[in-house]
Design a protein around this ligand. Structure first.
Ligand code: GLN
Length: 436
């Protein structure tokens, strides 16, 4: 079986697909043409990039009105590596504004439709990238994952979404949301493609001090079987709010792994129940600080009538959407001197406790297994409260809080998530590839 789509079609064929399908799906915000290195191994193969990653000479909006006319003046390290390897950029993809969301309905440029059922959301925030790959507009697309934004849309669009270990890929040139959580990831149709692309992007970068060297090739263990692998299933997945269909298919996946010789055990990680609460303190706190740079002076939109504070107020009021404002307000509150100890500091401590516990579990197990999302994709426009949306990230957030690699693999219309040991992405990928 052909497991890679890379190199299957020409650039023209993919661009043709975008022209044919994008009017309906709204997955691609702009077609771009940035040609890769002609001597590169992958010359002639295109990819799409989420619109929060810098590529010199192209526009970048982050799905926000505040950056409507912003032009990138430099190229993200990871994108430069892909261009050097020969890949060409053919467009930038739609996203939830500043990557805040799980449905792609928070984009200032309209929602994205799920190509598998156009009444449904594709997931988010990298929903444009996921929908585009699922619709055949590119062999792979780049996304970012702060709390699940690569894996959750991958599961809703029934493709592969891989978020590497924190520090594996440089964040230089990625517009920051939650800097201690953000990581570039890949949406593709096979595990092998995702691993191949991350292998090219990874590596230490002096422009991002959180990056680390990782020398093992990410496909090194492909072909090894699942037999004897120890897999932990956290009991929290059986809690309320998890869709029946998801649990049913998850059981089937577990049985398949067992039939192939894996040892699957249920374990209790009580700390996991705090993951969403910790995330929704830490991510908005970091976001409120990161987004203070959009002040009407330095980038994009500028509204000025009556002096400096009016400039800040008007620009940010008109430029940011409702969810971004909500996060900035939450984050400013949790970082304020009166509440810092009660919220940000507390959340950081519980994050550390949870990390220690999960890393401990991974000393005794090779992997942790969960469904990627507790629910199936809702309809576009369905009335969910912010909290219901936040709970959609319950299984994806822990990997970001702990900095672990995680991948969503499609299985009977749902996504199965494998979480691996930190910087041992190659071991996790081999199991995901065998399972695929
Ligand atoms: N859905 C989560 C949020 O809204 C995660 C987003 C992301 O990973 N960028 O914050």
């Amino acid at each position: 079986m052909l497991k890679s789509l890379i190199g299957k079609n020409t650039i023209q064929e993919y661009v043709g697909k975008i022209e044919e399908k994008n009017k309906e799906l709204n997955a691609v915000l702009r077609i771009e043409k940035v040609t890769g290195n002609k001597d590169g191994k992958y010359y002639g193969i295109p990819f799409l990039v989420k619109d929060n990653i810098q590529i010199e000479g192209t526009k970048l909006t982050c799905g926000s009105k505040i950056l409507k006319n912003y032009n990138s003046v430099y190229t993200a390290t990871a994108m430069k590596k892909l261009l050097d390897a020969g890949f060409s950029v053919i467009g930038k993809t739609n996203m939830d504004e500043f990557a805040m969301g799980s449905s792609n309905e928070n984009s200032a440029y309209g929602p994205v439709k799920n190509p598998l059922d156009t009444e449904k959301i594709p997931g988010g925030s990298s929903g444009g990238s996921a929908a585009a790959v699922a619709a055949g507009m590119a062999p792979f697309a780049i996304g970012t994952d702060t709390g699940g934004s690569v894996r959750q849309p991958a599961s809703f669009c029934e493709i592969v979404g891989y978020k590497p270990s924190y520090g594996m890929i440089s964040r230089y040139g990625v517009v920051a949301f939650g800097s201690s959580l953000d990581q570039i990831g890949v949406l593709s149709t096979t595990v092998e493609d995702a691993a191949t692309v991350v292998e090219i992007m990874k590596g230490k970068d002096e422009k991002d001090s959180t990056t680390v060297e990782h020398s093992t090739n990410l496909t090194s263990f492909f072909g090894e079987d699942i037999k004897g692998k120890k897999i932990a299933v956290p009991k929290i997945i059986y809690s309320e709010g998890v869709d029946k269909k998801i649990l049913e298919e998850f059981e089937n996946a577990v049985n398949l792994l067992k039939e192939n010789g894996a040892i699957v055990e249920e374990i209790d990680i009580p700390e996991l129940k705090y993951a969403v609460s910790i995330y929704y303190i830490i991510a908005p706190s970091e976001a409120s600080s990161n987004l203070s740079r959009f002040d009407g002076v330095r980038y994009g939109l500028r509204k000025n009538e009556k002096g400096l504070s009016d400039l800040y107020n008007k620009t940010r009021d008109e430029g940011f959407g409702i969810e971004v404002k909500r996060r900035i307000l939450m984050g400013t509150y949790t970082l304020s001197s009166a509440y810092y100890d009660a919220y940000f500091s507390k959340a950081s401590k519980v994050r550390k406790l949870m990390s220690d516990k999960i890393n401990n579990v991974l000393e005794n197990y090779d992997l942790i297994l969960t469904p990627t999302s507790p629910t199936l994709p809702p309809k576009i426009g369905e009335e969910l409260t912010p909290l219901e949306y936040y709970l959609m990230d319950i299984f994806t957030i822990p990997a970001n809080l702990v900095g672990l690699p995680a991948i969503s693999v499609p299985f009977n219309k749902i996504g199965i998530q494998f979480i691996g040991k930190r910087l041992k992405d190659e071991e996790m990928l081999a199991v995901a590839d065998a399972f695929e």
